[in-house]
Design a protein around this ligand. Structure first.
Ligand code: NAD
Length: 302
């Protein structure tokens, strides 16, 4: 992947994601020809969180662009748990719906785990259901959360075989850090999970050939934490306070990009790195769900 910075190659997640979306689009067209219907994704948004509204809108547009059907359900913030569970159950039964995504975070009165548990595991294209987490843990086929799956695609594209490489994942969340560590282990890397209680974090990170930062702290990872030539994947999306005269602050990752680019071998930018991969992988997972649902073999090369 092309452009070089002061030393580091730029890992162009945006370009990779566009290619993936085109492949998914072609396969979705073939699916529609074979079955007479488009792959369908239902997205449920409860409340008016501005970031969630942007994500849900982007997911709907991406579906349409890939030749998939998108079903949006926007519910008021005071929706009861019973009403939300009953919608999820309806979507579980709906033959036109292959994937169900409930946008998180949910308003505080709703139990996220209970809602996720109600989604049929074979429609759980976010890969958050315990059945899919368990499938990943024991190496069975299942849905893997979109962000870490996108990261491993970028890493394999960049590095090829990851066998024996030292990988440090900073962050242990269920949606990024933990599944990321499992995917790296499955790819035969030697994996360390670092987190808020890790001692001597810079020293731990300096061991890594691969660093995945998924913390949510702006520009935390510094140049002197990085082994020269390491590959750095920055999952973080943080908005800085606005500079004077600007309505909104800049978006930055968990990695101090400008300085780390002087030491790393390759690095993802923010924005334009991991972010675009997440939606592309969501489409990919929905396409796989549609094939399973229709009793067809999963399309190859995705
Ligand atoms: P989270 O808050 O659930 O988890 C953060 C993790 O960071 C925790 O496991 C915690 O132990 C660790 N941590 C916190 N402070 C630390 C410190 N000082 N040192 C080391 N570790 C520390 O967050 P998440 O949902 O995993 O998301 C992480 C980041 O990734 C956020 O910025 C989020 O916005 C972003 N994100 C991006 C995408 C994408 O599409 N690019 C998707 C999901 C999340």
């Amino acid at each position: 992947m092309g452009e070089t910075l002061a030393g580091a190659a730029l890992i162009d997640g945006k370009a990779f994601a566009e290619t993936l979306r085109a492949r998914v689009g072609a396969a979705a067209g073939a699916f529609a020809q074979a079955t007479g219907r488009k792959p369908g994704l239902a997205v449920v948004l409860v409340g008016e969180d501005p970031a969630s509204q942007v994500y849900v809108g982007a997911k709907g547009k991406a579906c349409a662009a890939a030749g998939m059907a998108s079903f949006e359900h926007r519910l008021p913030a005071d929706t009861s748990e019973a009403a939300l569970l009953s919608l999820v159950e309806r979507l579980n039964q709906d033959e036109a719906v292959d994937g169900i995504l409930v946008q998180l975070p949910l308003p505080a009165h709703l139990d996220e785990q209970a809602i996720i548990a109600a989604i049929h595991p074979d429609k759980d294209v976010d890969g958050f259901h315990v059945i899919n987490a368990g499938r990943l843990a024991v190496g069975q086929e299942g849905f893997v959360p979109c962000t870490p799956l996108g990261c491993i695609m970028l890493l394999k594209d960049r590095l090829g075989d990851l066998s024996g490489l030292e990988a440090v994942v900073i962050g242990r969340s269920n949606i990024v850090g933990k599944p990321m560590a499992q995917l790296l282990t499955d790819a035969n890397a030697t994996v360390t999970i670092a987190h808020s209680r890790t001692k001597n974090l810079p020293e731990v990170v300096r061991r890594a050939d691969i660093v995945v930062a998924a913390v949510g702290r702006p520009e935390m990872v510094k140049a002197d934490w990085i082994k020269p030539g390491a590959t750095v994947i920055d999952v973080g999306i943080n908005r800085l306070p606005p500079e004077e005269g600007k309505p909104r602050g800049r978006l930055v990752g968990d990695v101090a990009f400008a300085e780390v680019a002087g030491v790393a071998g390759a690095i993802t930018p923010v924005p334009g790195g991991v972010g675009p991969m997440t939606i592309a992988v969501l489409l990919r997972n929905t396409l796989v769900a549609a094939h399973t649902h229709a009793g067809l073999p999963a399309p190859e090369g995705l």
